[in-house]
Design a protein around this ligand. Structure first.
Ligand code: NAD
Length: 481
């Protein structure tokens, strides 16, 4: 890829995908490049009528798609993977232009899309026979649900979408996908690519101005909502799905803790902690968001983290060598700036706390020490490049402090003694706990949020099952009829 990338996307158009057709929107959506804070393109935006058309198309496509042999569905997914690989550079640039992440990370995300598509073709949904006796033959089958609504956020627009697309396609469901209003174009371009491959209506893509999500998640013809986003919106989705008792999977916010035991090498562990907290500019549901370091190593780890933050290259993701891009949108940027201002009187900022002299939504990576557990930066999900670091003295104390939150997405424990770390990990209340790493997820590993971080499971076979209805076929062998 050329080292001089620009946000000129004028050769492309970004249309909705409804019933296999690329359609102009009834409205348009301005798309802002967060590295310049300026509109750099517009794309199609669906009306409520167009959303209805998308749902109708998905419903009409369901009987044929669910009856399509699994091998054929897999063949289509492999073709989708190849087509994504062929357009990886374009997709990555679109992602960087609208989302802000460095181009290398955007290429990684696009690589993840084709990896997910290929990986999911390894799954079958075998029939599970739980009894085969003289009396009965009982088998568990898995039937698709119907039309799935996929609603996704702006931090990993393509990966979040493809994880839901793969699960739906393998299990025989159809889908209406809605990206976040601030990151629509890479997803619409992906829809353009898929429109050549997927039968009409199986996957439909509509965009909105943050006004169609509620209609989608309460629609009577939607059988399941696969939602990724904030906890506040997740509870609205659950409420709106309740009238027709839709199935829901909610992948929500987190406030992940890292706990550093007293036996780590501060320099070595700090590099890993920094990457865990500041990847994608901290805008990851499972970013490390609160760090607890044993008092014997506290000063050293703070020192190394501040050094790493001060040395990080902040700038446009289109420029080679950038490590941290801008915050994705104005609302999130303003929220973070306010949080940092508040933090000045609650803790000590030892790196960052300001913005570089650039036009976009940039914040220098910020490390805060000597901050209390009840400060907003510690209790709330910051979702950006600001990390609070606290010290602790005993393991019982730090476990209680880590668990004192309504979130429960992930946590990590860091130690040169895996057994000690595992004993701590077992006491942490979250869907995932990593040891000596943080945020290692993928299509082969189930991912679930505890407490207010989620409902249900995504990814791997556990996640696939959530896109199905269990159907128990119970044959009486000793019954004459
Ligand atoms: P958000 O909840 O504001 O928006 C997510 C999506 O929901 C968007 O597409 C939005 O348009 C849509 N939406 C808005 N109102 C809706 C409604 N009433 N009904 C249905 N949909 C509606 O979240 P965001 O700000 O885009 O993303 C950041 C949040 O997402 C963070 O909290 C982050 O932790 C979370 N997240 C979680 C995961 C996970 O897997 N657990 C992954 C990524 C992001």
């Amino acid at each position: 890829m050329s080292a001089q990338l620009t946000n000129d996307v004028s050769s492309l158009s970004f249309d909705l995908l409804i019933n296999g057709q690329l359609v102009a929107g009834s409205r348009t959506l301005d798309v802002i490049d967060p590295a310049t804070a300026k509109v750099f393109t517009t794309c199609a935006c669906a009306s409520e009528d167009q959303l209805e058309q998308a749902i109708t198309a998905a419903k009409a496509a369901f009987p044929a798609w669910s009856a399509t042999p699994l091998d054929k569905r897999k063949e289509i997914m492999l073709q989708m993977a190849e087509a994504i690989d062929a357009e990886a550079e374009t997709l990555a640039r679109l992602l960087t232009c609208e989302q802000g992440k460095p181009i290398a990370e955007a290429l990684g995300e696009v690589g993840g899309v084709s990896y997910f598509l290929r990986h999911y073709t390894n799954y079958d949904l075998p029939i599970e026979v739980i009894e085969d006796s003289e009396l009965r033959h009982i088998a568990i089958h898995r039937a698709p649900l119907g039309v799935v609504a996929a609603i996704v956020p702006w931090n990993f627009p393509l990966l979040t979408a493809i994880s839901k697309i793969c699960s739906a396609m393998i299990t025989g469901n159809t889908m209406v996908l809605k990206p976040a209003p601030t990151t629509p174009i890479a997803t619409l371009h992906m829809g353009r690519i898929f429109s050549q491959i997927i039968p009409p209506g199986v996957i439909n893509i509509v965009t909105d101005q943050n006004d169609l999500g509620g209609i989608l998640s309460s629609h009577p013809d939607i059988n399941k909502v696969a939602f990724t986003g904030s906890t506040a919106t997740g509870s609205k989705v659950m409420a709106s799905a309740s009238a027709s008792l839709k199935r829901v999977t909610l992948e929500l916010g987190g406030n992940d803790t890292g706990i550093v035991l007293d036996d780590c090498d501060p320099a070595v562990v700090s590099e890993k902690l920094f990457a865990a907290a500041f990847g994608n500019n901290g805008q990851i549901c499972i970013a490390l968001k609160r760090l607890y370091v044993h008092e014997s190593q506290y000063d050293a780890v703070c020192h190394y983290l501040a050094e790493l933050a001060n040395g990080a290259v902040v700038g446009s993701g289109l420029v080679a060598g950038t490590q941290l891009g801008p915050v994705q949108n104005r609302m999130q940027y303003d929220k973070l700036k306010k949080l940092i201002e508040r933090t000045r009187s609650e803790g000590t900022i030892i790196a960052g706390g300001d913005s570089p002299d650039l036009p976009g939504y940039f914040i220098n990576p910020t490390i805060v020490r000597d901050i209390a557990d009840d400060a907003a930066l510690v209790t709330e999900e910051q979702f950006g490049p600001v990390l609070p670091v606290m010290s602790y003295s005993s393991l019982d104390e730090v476990v209680a402090r880590a668990n004192d939150t309504s979130f429960g997405l992930g946590n990590s424990v860091w130690s040169s003694d895996a057994g000690r770390a595992a004993a701590v990990a077992m006491q942490l209340e979250s869907g995932s706990v990593w040891i000596n790493k943080h945020g290692d997820i993928g299509p082969d590993t189930p991912f679930a949020g505890a407490k207010m971080s989620g409902v249900g499971v995504e990814m791997a076979e556990h996640g696939l099952l959530e896109f199905t209805q269990m159907k128990v076929i119970n044959l009486g062998k000793d019954i004459a009829v």
